[in-house]
Write a protein that binds this ligand. Sequence first.
Ligand SMILES: [Zn+2]
Length: 222
Amino acid sequence: MEEQLPVAQKVVRVCAAQLPTIHGQFEMTIYHDGTGQEHVCLSMGDLKGDPLLIRVHSECLSGDVFGSVRCDCRDQLTRALTSISAAGRGILIYLRQEGRGIGLTNKIQAYALQDEGLDTVDANLHLGLPVDDRSYAIAAEILVDQGVSKVRLLTNNPHKVCELRQGGIEVERVPHEATPRDENRVYLRTKADRLGHLLHVTACPATLTESAPTATGGNKAQ
Ligand SMILES: [Zn+2]
């Protein structure tokens, strides 16, 4: 592949081993990018042939490991592994870009601001940080390395679809909506309204619409 990717995005396959999980038998492959960051490719079954069911998941320590329901990451991760397992083949790429790329410390600082009423977008802006600093070019590189060129991508994020296509992957989007929880309904609504995610979450419970995250945000028109 000859995409003109910055050196920092070139990934190298480092090692692989079998990984039996509660979702079935996977192979776990470690890739290093140009910055030394470690990324994971969890694959199951035969990767050749029909378009492969995949998920590209960005690290969320609080959600993925501790089960935080401020976001929908854990639900989406579990759902993806369950779907891949049911299909008997597929890949989950786990990218180490915590907090939409701003890192754990900044994410928790942004949470503190959200506790005071800012939404997830305005909290990042308030801290002088990008709203979304993630890149999916590395995921495309990993897929190429795994010999995968056609995928059915579990996602609600159109940017992810675009970036994988730019990386030379043929992509069909498969909607991947977790069931909203009371604790993350406003967050999901914000992802839909302000980050362009394709979600059907309703503003639902009156208490939550009343405390919608625009109270101190200011620049949300409606
Ligand atoms: Zn999360």
